[in-house]
Design a protein around this ligand. Structure first.
Ligand SMILES: Nc1nc2c(ncn2[C@@H]2O[C@H](COP(=O)(O)OP(=O)(O)OP(=O)(O)O)[C@@H](O)[C@H]2O)c(=O)[nH]1
Length: 364
């Protein structure tokens, strides 16, 4: 019997790890043994540490790159390792800039065929910001395409962070999502709290989203925009850390919907790609450091900064804090963590050297 694989996709900070933790709680409650594969853009493994603090699941980690490109070679090996452990199910959390199609492609490699099967792709969306992505990333066509594919190939769309968005906006997001994916269920959540039974229900057969749908024409405007219609006009040329593949012939928009594995090309068509970069910085917690100062540092770079996370200690305070900056908000949580303090910054066209210098000047 092949092991069902659930893929969690969605942009940076949308709530994927939150969902993964909830799914792990639920698998434990159902007496199931999960295998987990996590992929992080940064070299330092914040999400993995969060996971280890909350779960005893067997975890494979692919750090410092995206499984869509630089880590693709390692993905197969990591999945094979998980398969050898014979878990009841496998959960894969992708980076925020990954195209879930690439995972499905690996799952159909001969080495894995018959051992694993794609059960569902779940895409998590940040209700507060999803409508802004098109304008923010206007000059990064590959990223816009990747985010659009995350929506199009999803079997379940989780509209998360609904506590941060007015209900009129939620309706607008849902009708926009429908243009890109007219078949899959959309659920509104806060903190990725879902109704779990449908996600685990093998007896119901394939999720509706995985069935081959009627062909659907791409809506007008589909090619030009992801969501929303504003344009800030960032026009810098792309400076990619990933491969640029989307201009290849055959990479035009695919109809929305359809079982992902049925539509995979023989060779990769589209890479996750973007101007998004990751900078990892050590944290010494010098006498001048404070949470307010960290928040100020992040806030003053909010045009470029998409995500930041890390473990931090402060003078005169014995606690360790997990700092999470997502959607221009900073959240602090006291945690048990014994490792070194550090911060990972993820943003558009980040200049690592300059940031490190500014960071040191501010906090050392
Ligand atoms: N207000 C609010 N915050 C949320 C919600 N869901 C998640 N968060 C917070 O948003 C931040 C990012 O959540 P994560 O689950 O780490 O997001 P992610 O998609 O895994 O982030 P990356 O792995 O960096 O791409 C964390 O501080 C969460 O606690 C929500 O529904 N409402």
């Amino acid at each position: 019997m092949s092991i069902p694989v659930t893929v969690l996709s969605g942009f940076l900070g949308s709530g994927k790890t939150t969902l993964l933790l909830r799914l792990l709680e639920e698998t434990a409650r159902r007496g199931l043994r999960p295998g987990v594969l996590m992929n992080e853009l940064g070299r330092l493994d914040v999400d993995g540490s969060i996971l280890e603090a909350h779960s005893r699941a067997s975890v494979q980690k692919l750090l410092d790159g995206c499984v869509c490109c630089s880590k693709k070679g390692e993905l197969l090996g990591a999945l094979q390792t998980l398969v050898e452990q014979q878990p009841d199910l496998i959960l894969i959390e992708l980076t925020g800039v990954a195209n879930p199609e690439e995972i499905a492609e690996t799952i159909t490699e001969p080495e894995l065929l018959g051992h694993v099967r794609l059960r569902q792709v779940i895409t998590v969306l940040d209700a507060e910001h999803v409508l802004d992505y098109n304008s923010i990333f206007a000059a990064d066509k590959q990223l816009v395409r990747t985010l659009r594919r995350q929506i199009e190939v999803a079997d379940l769309l989780v509209l998360n962070k609904t506590d941060l968005a007015p209900s009129a906006k939620l309706g607008k997001i849902e009708s926009t999502l429908r243009k890109y994916n007219e078949r899959s269920r959309i659920v509104r959540t806060t903190h990725s709290r879902l109704e779990w039974d449908p996600l685990f229900a093998e007896s119901e057969g394939e999720p509706a989203a995985l069935r081959q749908p009627e062909p659907v024409a791409a809506p007008s405007g589909f090619r030009a925009s992801l969501l929303g219609s504003l344009a800030l006009g960032r026009q810098k040329p792309p400076r990619s850390t990933h491969d640029a593949e989307a201009s290849r012939p055959g990479n035009g928009p695919v109809r929305s919907g359809g079982r992902l594995t049925d539509r995979l090309p023989a060779s990769p068509q589209q890479r996750s790609y973007s101007r998004i970069q990751t900078v990892s910085l050590p944290w010494n917690g010098s006498a001048r450091a404070s949470r307010a100062k960290v928040e100020g540092f992040l806030r003053s770079r909010e045009d470029q900064l998409l995500r930041a996370k890390g473990y931090m200690r402060f003078p005169g305070d014995s606690a360790v804090y997990l700092m999470q900056y997502a959607g221009k908000r900073t959240v602090w949580e006291r945690v048990r963590y014994e490792g070194q303090s550090y911060v990972v910054l993820i943003g558009i066209d980040l200049d690592g050297e300059l940031l490190a210098e500014q960071w040191n000047r501010t906090f050392d």
